[in-house]
Design a protein around this ligand. Structure first.
Ligand SMILES: NC(=O)c1ccc[n+]([C@@H]2O[C@H](COP(=O)([O-])OP(=O)(O)OC[C@H]3O[C@@H](n4cnc5c(N)ncnc54)[C@H](OP(=O)(O)O)[C@@H]3O)[C@@H](O)[C@H]2O)c1
Length: 338
């Protein structure tokens, strides 16, 4: 069979012949139908993820959708490197498999689950969103941020403020229901004031960026907060703008600020699994928030480095057929557009 294989950390994988998977006790073989490419997958493949290792060669791909030998569609919630889902077949612990609700397209599920679960877990397990609260999504133009705008409203937020550096992406966030937007552009003092005007009353921040944008957002909120004792729950989810930020100690004394993180290490495996099952059941009523670009797994090497429009996501489909052609054509269109 074939798989994507990384031989050097940080280098794009190659499509290669590999041995068939050998299931261990309690594992079953699943035929893969769709596995998406997103920051965590790249991070594992570069050896840079906080839970990953550096074993090589590795097959990239964290989660995905496949078919069991009985014919059922299943969601695979995550494989530990060097095992990965970007292969024609994978061996997976049987107990981890989650049935995909009827009528859902494998590519949609594979594309939606990582970004949507980032918001679902952060909102429900970490921030514990209560109905009517105000949520700022910092980094609302990417796949996870868009899902966060949609899910915060779906879960009862009274208002969502969307912040990002891409004006067109912010328009999309408004179309998804964000009441206000903050453009991360211009002098720092102006951006700080914009956060103060739009999000001073935020109860929750879902932070996909960290770095300078997080400094400006927290500064702006704290400078303009009417009641500093109103708790601000800041959930750190991603670091797309940088791994570090400067956090003056006074910011933590001048107001009631709770900062926590949401990631693979901050929730038990059992709770994560329960959240993913809840989210899967919810997916049929949540339309996709971004553009899905199916690409044949055989093209993994070139597709890996292809820049896509904000909010678009590549999903590798091992099997050919119609999708093979539409995926390749779509990718070419996207390359031309960027
Ligand atoms: N902890 C979790 O459970 C979890 C789960 C999923 C994702 N994440 C993390 O969340 C982050 C976003 O993931 P994603 O799936 O949405 O990725 P994505 O679709 O690639 O989007 C990346 C986002 O980051 C923005 N961005 C990148 N550099 C920036 C900068 N210097 N200043 C401002 N914005 C910047 C992009 O803005 P443009 O739109 O302008 O390009 C885009 O909105 C990543 O760090 C990812 O690892 C965490």
């Amino acid at each position: 069979m074939h798989a994507a294989v990384v031989h050097a950390l940080g280098q794009p994988p190659r499509y290669e012949s590999v041995p068939e998977p050998a299931p261990a006790a309690g594992e079953v073989v699943v035929e893969m139908l769709a596995a998406a490419l997103y920051p965590l997958v790249r991070s594992f493949a570069s050896g840079g993820h906080y839970t990953g290792g550096d074993a090589l060669p590795l097959v990239p791909g964290f989660d995905g959708v496949g078919r069991t030998t009985e014919g059922g569609l299943v969601y695979i919630p995550g494989l530990e490197p060097p095992r990965g889902t970007m292969a024609e077949r994978v061996a997976v612990p049987a107990a981890s498999l989650m049935p995909v609700p009827d009528g859902l397209d494998p590519a949609v599920v594979a594309t939606a689950m990582n970004p949507a679960s980032s918001a679902w877990i952060a909102l429900r397990e970490r921030a514990r969103l209560r109905g009517g609260e105000s949520v700022l999504v910092l980094g609302a133009t990417g796949n996870a941020g868009r899902a966060a705008v949609r899910l915060a409203l779906d879960q009862g937020a009274g208002q969502v403020v969307a912040a990002g550096r891409d004006p067109l992406g912010l328009q999309d966030a408004s179309a998804l229901g964000a009441a206000r937007t903050v453009l991360l552009d211009g002098p720092g003092a102006e951006v700080t004031d914009a956060f103060g005007a739009a999000a001073a009353d935020a109860d929750i921040v879902l932070d996909y960026l960290w770095g300078r944008p997080a400094e400006l957002a927290l500064d702006g909120i704290l400078r303009h907060r009417a009641d500093p004792t109103r708790t601000l729950r800041w959930v750190q989810v991603g670091s797309a703008a940088g791994p570090d930020m400067t956090l003056p100690s006074a910011w933590l004394r001048k107001a009631d600020v709770d900062i926590c993180g949401s990631g693979l290490g901050s929730i038990s495996a059992a709770r994560r699994s329960a959240c993913l099952r809840e989210l899967l059941a919810r997916l049929p009523s949540l339309a996709p928030t971004g553009e899905i670009v199916p690409v044949p797994l055989a093209e993994v090497h070139t597709a890996w480095e292809t820049p896509l429009r904000s909010g678009s996501r590549i999903v590798f489909v091992p099997a050919g057929g119609e999708e093979r052609h539409s995926g390749a054509a779509q990718l070419r269109k996207d390359r031309e557009a960027v």
